[in-house]
Ligand binder design. Structure first.
Ligand code: ATP
Length: 299
């Protein structure tokens, strides 16, 4: 039994850290959007006892249950009370550790694929519970579409729809680890303690812009708290954003803790020109579009 399933990247149209939760985690408010840039997974349920194998086209991708897709398969079989195994082949296209949730998307795609292969034994609620145990972004990746998330970023709420547009996602190859990016924020805002001077931004402007259906209204309505501190240390982020704006983007922002950048374009031709020019300079770039919710995977 084999199924082919795409794992879609996410971008953050809004990302703010608003304080600390009990237990020390940063409290996050974010608006995420699924885009058509994707990895492709070939998931085969083997029936081989407890054997989970994950292979891919990139050498530095973790294997077995160290891979988030492998971990998702293990949790799925535990939840349905089966000792079956799976072989998962991942064609990676989403840059790794770039702020695009590629690993989380692979985990979510594995859950969707296995739930279909086994005739939908798990409800959407149960799959979402398993997803949240695997990682903060996995519940969002399970559903796609657009969502507001709070808590650690795993509690999802519906949000306005994204108007039709072309999106260029680009990544200059500089490394960013998420813990490092949070350390930069903590240094700047006193660890988001009660005495910290940081004032959260709020998503009202973004909601209004998206509801208006006018792409041009997005200019100035997107936000990422990581962008300024990470850009100061990773110059390609600002460089790519500048090139997106020069090429006609209505908005260009870093996604997640970076270093990937996305640009939103009204004109598809402009998006393609910017993408081609970035690729010519050896920068990873892809043109994609916003994606709606994925409904067919749940009972
Ligand atoms: P995060 O913000 O959660 O760190 P990200 O979106 O920046 O994630 P990912 O591509 O998800 O980046 O990769 C984060 C790390 O997760 C990688 O460095 C890698 O070691 C590990 N990982 C585990 N499984 C996968 C996978 N299927 N694809 C990519 N990375 C994976």
């Amino acid at each position: 039994m084999t199924i082919v399933e795409n794992a879609y990247a996410k971008i953050n149209l809004h990302l703010d850290v608003t304080g600390r939760l009990d237990g020390g985690f940063h409290r996050v408010e974010t608006v995420m959007l699924a885009v058509s840039l994707c990895d492709t997974l070939i998931v085969t349920a083997t029936g081989e006892k407890d054997k989970i194998e994950v292979r891919g086209n990139l050498r530095d991708m973790p294997e077995g249950t160290d891979n988030l897709a492998g971990k998702a398969a293990m949790r799925f079989f535990e939840a349905i009370g089966s000792d079956h195994g799976a072989v998962i082949f991942i064609k990676k296209r989403i840059p790794m550790a770039a702020g695009l949730a590629g690993g989380s998307a692979d985990a979510a795609a594995t859950l969707r694929a296995l739930n279909r292969l086994y005739d939908l034994p798990l409800s959407k609620e149960k799959l979402t519970e398993i997803a949240a145990e695997i990682g903060t972004d996995v519940p969002f990746c399970l559903n796609g579409g657009t969502a507001f998330a709070d808590g650690r970023g795993e509690r999802l709420h519906s949000f306005a729809f994204m108007p039709g547009c072309a999106i260029v996602v680009a990544c200059g190859g500089e490394e960013v680890s998420t813990p490092w990016a949070y350390r930069l924020l903590d240094e700047r805002w006193d660890g988001f303690s009660e005495t910290s001077a940081y004032k959260p931004r709020g998503v009202q402007a973004l909601r209004a812009a998206m509801k208006s259906g006018e792409l041009s209204a997005l200019d100035g309505a997107t936000y990422n708290i990581f962008e300024e501190p990470v850009s100061a240390e990773r110059p390609m982020v600002s460089e790519i954003r500048k090139r997106m704006y020069a090429g006609g983007a209505v908005a260009a922002r870093m996604s997640g803790s970076g270093p990937a950048v996305f640009g939103i374009f009204e004109q598809g031709a402009q998006a393609i020109d910017v993408c081609n020019a970035l690729q010519k300079d050896g920068i990873f770039a892809a043109v994609c579009r916003p994606l709606g919710m994925m409904k067919k995977f749940f009972p």
